[in-house]
Design a protein around this ligand. Structure first.
Ligand code: FAD
Length: 414
């Protein structure tokens, strides 16, 4: 069926950013179409490990993240369903004095935003996490106001609430291109026909650069493969914090633990690696000990043009890094020897849309008029997502944001 219908706003992408933007816009009375090439939250938004934190973020992101935390706090009441939100705090553990000194400096720096992080000594860590045995641990930074939510529940719940408020949601409906007239957007061409609108929001995650290219807007994002796993229920309890220790983990209410490969960045070489690679050299140099590269199937898929169309990969589903996950399990066991044998019930991976400066693009470029870009969250967009959705809604409803968005401008790459 070919459609030609008009909305005030067309949003491309049904991740946490697209669904929350749709939710806030519809509550302001806008008519919104939400287009998703696969299923809602099929890509990054359901594949992350659920950490929601303001602590340790880039300063530029903190004001939006504080808004986001407020949205997370009231989300279950607003949405009328559970997203397993828990404000149980986040702890970042230090194993040497220089790292602890860095954390102390971060605690001090964050005070200007009113972030109540504090430094815990090994004894206080043990009070929060009785089974923690991290040998050599010298302290930790702890923010009691951070928390976590269940990625597989959150964006779908915002999507359902948006539909109840009137949003027209189209899944398995890929946007093929942005239509423009006289220097402004006038709609989105999709595999189901033309969706007309004077405002188009690109919340299209890892695919955003491909939609922007024909418009001449540069978006030098590379895909970093992140992996995580879910254990069987554990007999030990560690729910009083989301922890960034030797690896990153959080215990769910059902006693299972989500463990993430937190430090290593795994990059599958693709055509884009050679196109955008130069922009990433400073970041790669800084993180050279943590970066790993692979030349395999994704490279040949990109050569064959598989990632240049929006209908070939409805949902990016890269292979989990089993070696990394085995290492993460061993590191976890060093911190929790009483956990016994750990079996992974499920493992998965997702492609993270990484930017060279690790900051997203949240921008209304001057050309084409009516376009809003919100992508490139560099591994931190789940927690930030609802705040970004609200920011997008403010930009559309009032023409401005209460936040300074200059650091997120797309002009920094032009
Ligand atoms: C393993 C892993 C762990 C992570 N851990 C955390 C964490 O703990 N905390 C945190 O804050 N962040 C984390 N992140 C990052 C976080 O998941 C992302 O930053 C966030 O989900 C991005 O949301 P999004 O809506 O921008 O993009 P996505 O969730 O990727 O959604 C974009 C959507 O757009 C759709 N789309 C793209 N192109 C088109 C098109 N042409 N037409 C129609 N639809 C289209 C895609 O199919 C996709 O569903 C992690 C990511 C991964 C992969």
């Amino acid at each position: 069926m070919k459609t030609e219908i008009s909305h005030d706003v067309v949003i491309v992408g049904g991740g946490i950013v697209g669904t929350t933007a749709a939710y806030f816009l519809s509550r302001q009375g806008k008519s919104v179409a939400l287009l998703e090439k696969g299923q809602i939250a099929g890509e990054q938004s359901s594949r992350n490990w659920g950490s929601v934190r303001v602590q340790g973020r880039h300063a530029e992101e903190v004001p939006i993240m504080l808004d986001s935390l407020n949205i997370w706090r009231s989300a279950e009441t607003q949405l009328g369903e559970s997203v397993d939100w828990r404000q149980n705090g986040q702890m970042l553990v230090a194993y040497d004095e220089p790292h602890l000194a860095q954390l102390e400096a971060t605690v001090f720096e964050q005070r200007r935003f009113g972030i109540p992080s504090r430094i815990l000594g090994p004894r206080e860590i043990k009070q929060t996490l009785p089974y923690f045995e991290g040998t050599g641990c010298v302290g930790a930074m702890f923010n009691p106001e951070d928390g976590c939510a269940e990625p597989q529940k959150a964006a779908p719940a915002f999507g359902r609430a948006a539909v109840r408020a009137g949003v027209a949601m189209f899944t398995h409906c890929a946007a093929l291109g942005i239509e423009t007239r006289a220097g402004a957007v006038c709609g989105v061409q999709t595999e189901r026909g033309l969706f007309k609108a004077e405002t188009v929001v690109l919340a299209s995650g890892a695919w955003t650069g491909r939609l922007l290219k024909p418009l001449g807007v540069k978006h030098p994002s590379l895909w970093i493969r992140g992996s995580a796993a879910l254990t069987t229920p554990l007999d030990i309890e560690m729910r009083k914090a989301v922890v960034w220790g030797q690896t990153a983990y959080r215990q769910r209410l059902d006693n299972r633990v989500v463990i993430a490969v937190s430090e290593d960045g795994f990059h599958d070489l693709m055509l884009d690696s050679f196109i955008h690679g130069i922009s990433f050299l400073p970041l790669a140099k800084k993180n050279r000990h943590l970066l790993r590269f692979s030349l395999g199937r994704p490279f040949f898929q990109s050569l064959g043009g598989e990632f240049s169309t929006f209908t070939r990969h409805r949902t990016l589903d890269p292979a989990a890094d089993h070696k990394g996950l085995d290492k993460a399990k061993a590191l976890f066991l060093e911190e929790y020897p009483d956990a016994g044998t750990i079996d992974y019930e499920r493992t998965w991976a997702g492609y993270i849309d990484y930017m060279p400066d690790e900051l997203p693009v949240i921008d209304q470029p001057t050309y084409p008029g009516g376009l809003i870009i919100a992508a490139g969250f560099s591994g931190n967009g789940f927690g930030l997502g609802p705040g970004v959705g609200k920011t997008i809604s403010d930009l559309i409803i009032t023409g401005k944001s209460t936040h300074d968005l200059s650091a997120f401008s797309s002009t920094r790459f032009q």
